[in-house]
Design a protein around this ligand. Structure first.
Ligand code: UDX
Length: 449
């Protein structure tokens, strides 16, 4: 099938390589010509495991010209960014301009325009009207031949290729049967798992056919928000329990395991710590609250999850203050900047927020990350942080080290070397990730969030 994908970010590019891998003819369109050049040269514009390998093993076309991709396409995915506005509502500027350009370039054959970006409920109809208006304007009022569908994306950064090739489920939503049928044919190889897994990414043991949820537009759009908000509140729930665990002297990790093994609850997303960051949970919970407000509905559970998440970041500062008594004039080293391991994404990264809070209270901050230091420096030139290229450098003369991101390499650190660099051997583990016994035996004061 001929597929066009608008937007070559995490979602667009991953969708493109995976659909191409299972046999479709894919063209990726991005309005940024520099990004298109990077992609044409075979480079990946961000850090995502296996994406480069996948790009090498398929034949993708890249262009910034809609007219090269849209007229022939049978399925057109919109995978552009929908960042939050200050009031929590998503900024739909890119979505609107993508929809208009699609309408201006649409061919005569039936095409399905698919919203893959996380968009507010009701956006399907809105996109449809923009595509229709643009088409008619360009074609002197001739009738258009397309439908709009929703196909929410559930991939996690850092395991995007794995999640796309071996998904838990595929959700498609449309109000026209013909559109659903076309998407069903498109996803058939993934649903049946009839493709050979790439050599570098084996199919999980026992992984069989993938369930398909075929829904109306509004339900598909709500599934995405409801799923992300639930995962976010699962994390906030264990963090709330964690605060109580600390006061009563319980071990939150044991509590999480004991809870999670109840099949109705599940063990995943119960890892207590600094809480969530990234491009989705903060944005999607805010959008859900803001959509509900338009209908005069409060969402107290989702709002509480957001409050707890923000409190976890403040807790880092409070715990350091409790242990050091003073922050003014002290130096704190941060291990990890990316919002989670295996990505260089810094959107809503807890480390940046924590750095800002520490600096506001008069502390100096040094920070390291295995892949995101340069990007942090570029994106946040005003943040008075000493950017470090090794963890040892981040430990230089510090009064405390905070483990912010659970990068696997931080488990392998030589803590004797780090201790010799630090002014004071205090470690605050933001992810329950380090070996507390070992660190205590080495003479560290070990604290956890
Ligand atoms: C998320 C959803 O998982 C994905 O389905 C959706 O499409 C996009 O948003 P992503 O933001 O890439 O994916 O990362 P995810 O692995 O879900 O982690 C989100 C945040 O939660 C990270 O900051 C992570 O450190 C934190 N987290 C996760 C916890 O604090 N505890 C946990 O138990 C799990």
């Amino acid at each position: 099938m001929k597929v066009a994908i608008i937007g070559s970010g995490y979602v667009g590019l991953t969708t493109g390589v995976c659909l191409s891998y299972v046999g479709h003819e894919v063209t990726c369109v991005d309005v940024d010509p520099r990004r298109v050049e990077t992609l044409k040269s075979g480079a990946v514009p961000f850090h995502e495991p296996y994406l480069a390998e996948m790009m090498r093993s398929v034949k993708l076309q890249y262009t910034s010209d809609y007219s090269q991709a849209i007229p022939e396409a049978e399925v057109i995915f919109i995978a552009v960014g929908t960042p939050s506005r200050p009031d929590g509502s998503p900024n739909l500027e890119y979505l609107e301009s993508a929809a208009r350009s699609i309408g201006e370039n649409l061919g005569k054959e039936y095409a399905v325009v698919v919203n893959k970006s996380t968009v507010p409920i009701g956006s399907g109809n809105w996109v449809e009207s923009i595509v229709r208006d643009a088409f008619r304007k360009k074609n002197n009022g001739q009738p258009e031949n397309f439908a709009v569908a929703s196909n929410p994306e559930f991939l996690r950064e850092g395991s995007a290729i794995h999640d796309s090739l071996f998904p838990d489920r595929v959700v498609i939503g449309a109000d026209q049967r013909h559109a659903l049928e076309r998407l069903y044919s498109l996803y058939r190889p993934l649903l049946d798992q009839s493709f050979t897994a790439p050599p570098f990414l084996q199919r999980p043991d026992g992984f069989g056919a993938v369930p398909l949820i075929s829904a109306d537009l509004a339900s598909a759009e709500l599934i995405k928000y409801a799923a992300n908000a639930f995962l976010a509140l699962k994390i906030s729930y264990i963090n709330e329990i964690g605060q109580l665990a600390q006061r009563v002297g319980a071990d939150v990790q044991l509590v999480a395991r004991g809870m999670g093994l109840d099949a109705r609850i599940g063990t995943r997303f119960l890892q207590a710590g600094i809480g969530w960051g990234g491009s989705c949970f903060g944005k999607d919970t805010a959008a859900l609250v803001s959509t509900a407000a338009e209908y005069h509905l409060e969402m107290p559970i989702v709002q509480a999850a957001r409050r707890i998440n923000s409190r976890q970041r403040e807790l880092v500062v409070e715990r350091l203050l409790g242990a050091m008594k003073l922050l003014k004039g002290k130096t704190v080293g941060l291990l990890g900047l990316a919002f989670k391991p295996n990505t260089d994404d810094l959107r809503d990264a807890p480390a940046l927020d924590i750095a800002r809070r520490l600096i506001e209270r008069g502390a100096r901050v040094r920070a390291h990350d295995p892949v995101a230091v340069e990007l942090a420096q570029r994106q946040h030139p005003d943040l008075a942080v000493t950017w470090c290229s090794t963890p040892e450098e981040a430990a230089e003369e510090v009064d405390a080290l905070v483990l912010v991101t659970d990068w696997p390499e931080y488990r392998e650190l030589d803590w004797t070397v780090l201790a010799s660099r630090m002014r004071n051997p205090l470690v605050l583990d933001g992810r329950h990730f380090l070996d507390a016994e070992k660190l205590t035996a080495l003479g560290f004061q070990y604290l956890a969030v």
